[in-house]
Unconditional design. Sequence first.
Length: 197
Amino acid sequence: MAYTADKPTPAFSSEELRQRIPGWGADLDPANRPSYPKEIAADTGARWDFPVRQQPHGFRERSTEHKFLTPVFGTAQPLKGIAGQIRKHAYTYSEGRLAHWLLLIAGDRVDVMESRIGALFNGRPDNVINETGVLSEFKRRGYRTRFGQHRVDLKHQSIDLLMWAAPYLALAGAAYMLSKTAGPRHRPLRPGLPARG
């Protein structure tokens, strides 16, 4: 069982695995394993074999590799909005699948956009200039220290501004397209009506 001191019973014995897989068991000898002293059964003072489980309230993300939720889990950031639905869908895939991680990354990006739009509608828009630290480049000789120092970040400095501004440009473009489609449409005049000047 998971999260207990008991180790699961292996499906194959050491001899069977050694016959099937060349080189298997090379670290079975404790003298060859630097971590061996850490694996001794020490008295930790714990009074339980299985930790008391925290009770979930509502949906909690759980990897498909786990039989059940870990005994303790975080509740500070519950799933919400479109980002929450994306993250919830990510956990239908195994952690070994690329889709799991790409959906989690996409959920993070959507969460950032949702938070910024929410802050804008609440009258407290993000101060993206100060929060990104762009102004510090021009204070205390920050920009001049980049030259003649063989700094690695000079290689990607040319695209940094574009990467920072790309989401805002995309939002501005989407807002412009929405305003064009939602704007007043000119209806053709009915026959017999005079044209407006």
